[in-house]
Design a protein around this ligand. Structure first.
Ligand SMILES: Cc1ncc(COP(=O)(O)O)c(C=O)c1O
Length: 399
């Protein structure tokens, strides 16, 4: 097993030994291109740190500061951002724990949380299960923020709530949209005008294929915003989770309110693995990003060859592709409800049954998701090629 090119290192039979959700949710003849896990070995510095910890039995309570220090150095080095410090930050168990905690302290039950559909399904389920009302501001046809929609949603939220919030996905899952600095500045101006607090989920931030990531809190106007970050997507550490919730400079109320609550923190294994990734993982990450660009190119080529009627606007970030499959007119069993991460509906259900390829069903991502599916291209060339060929055959063999 070579660690030199992470995305070309593993074979299908090695991957099938994994017990994670990606590999065990479906029967073993299904090629899983759904949940956001990557088909890579762990970066060598992470492997070493975990081995060393186990060798010396280092599984006591974590020193949270170690994670903050590692994240602060990573953010300064890669994004020119020095906003992560212990006065403004709290380590949390994972990103959605941080998002849920931010929603809990910044809004009240019955208040509106604005999201940009299509969006990561738990944005709905976490908000709604805590008694908040989700209001959708759809992305434009180009996959970018639509400021008319956003302003209308902010206005509605303001009218209906005492303490509304906006849950931004930066970069955006599932479209891979990398929000530009000017767009984020406009978001902050609008949120300020209508009195919404902004919560920015930045879990995909290190996964930028082209251009630069802008941390929301680096911008003027973000003093009362909150961001939640983690190394778990970029280094494939969802099973060794850790995350950090960072408040802007005038977000002392958030840190204070969180201090009054029980917010689960990261595990020691998460802190060890992610700190090693953030401190010593740059070289591995840079190679991964090159490979993800190549894989995205391959996907574009394979779609043209196998599914010429599929529409795909390649995003500049993440390893997720949002496929518009409406013109394939695939027979669609009942669509799963929005917010249901495991629901495969419409084209995803078709491809699962007829191609034995698992995608994420589009309806779960909110309004506009019907007829779409999300494909995870963080896999080897041969797995991606094989999956698209099976999908092409399934569509060609339809009649
Ligand atoms: C936008 C976004 N937020 C949060 C998560 C989940 O993060 P965690 O497992 O740290 O809660 C994901 C996982 O794919 C995601 O895409």
């Amino acid at each position: 097993m070579s660690n030199a090119r992470p995305l070309s290192s593993l074979t299908l039979s090695e991957l099938r030994q994994r017990t994670s959700e990606k590999w065990r949710h479906y029967p073993s003849d299904v090629v899983p291109l759904w949940v956001a896990e990557m088909d890579v070995p762990l970066a060598e510095p992470i492997q070493r740190a975990l081995h060393d910890a186990i060798a010396i039995g280092d599984l006591g309570y974590p020193m949270d500061d170690a994670y903050l220090v590692a994240f602060a150095a990573f953010a300064a080095r890669r994004w020119n951002w020095d906003g992560i410090d212990s006065a403004h930050s709290i380590p949390v168990a994972n990103v959605m724990t941080g998002v849920a905690a931010a929603i809990a302290v910044l809004t009240d039950p019955g208040d509106t949380v604005v999201v940009n559909c299509p969006v990561y399904p738990p944005f709905y389920s976490y908000s709604e299960r805590s008694g908040r009302v989700v209001s959708e501001a759809p992305l434009g046809a180009d996959g970018r923020l639509d400021f008319e929609e956003l302003e209308a949603a902010f206005e509605r939220a303001r009218a209906k709530s005492v303490r509304p919030a906006y849950l931004l996905c930066n970069p955006h899952n599932p479209t891979g949209t990398l929000h530009r600095t000017d767009e984020l500045t406009r978001v902050l101006e609008l949120a300020d005008r209508y009195g919404l607090r902004v919560i920015s989920d930045e879990i995909h931030a290190p996964l930028v294929l082209r251009g630069d990531f802008t941390p929301l809190l680096r911008l003027a106007g973000a003093e009362r915003a909150v961001a939640v970050l983690s190394a778990s997507k970029a280094f494939n550490l969802a099973g060794a989770p850790a995350a950090v919730l960072v408040a802007g400079r005038n977000g002392a109320d958030v840190i204070q309110a969180l201090g009054q609550r029980v917010v689960p923190g990261p595990s020691q294994l998460g802190v060890i693995a992610q700190s090693a990734a953030l401190t010593d993982g740059d070289d591995w990450l840079d190679i991964l990003l090159e490979d993800l660009c190549a894989r995205q190119e391959l996907l574009i080529h394979l779609l043209a060859e196998q599914l010429p009627d599929a529409r795909y606007l390649p995003g500049d970030a993440t390893y997720l592709a949002w496929l518009d499959l409406r013109s394939l007119n695939l027979e669609s069993p009942v669509d799963s409800p929005r917010g249901d991460m495991a629901g495969e509906s419409g084209p995803a259900a078709y491809f699962l049954e007829h191609a034995r390829v698992a995608l994420s069903g589009g309806a779960a991502f909110g309004s506009g998701g019907v007829g779409h599916a999300r494909l995870n291209f963080a896999t080897t060339e041969s797995i991606l090629r094989g999956a698209l060929e099976q999908m092409g055959r399934a569509v060609g063999n339809r009649h």
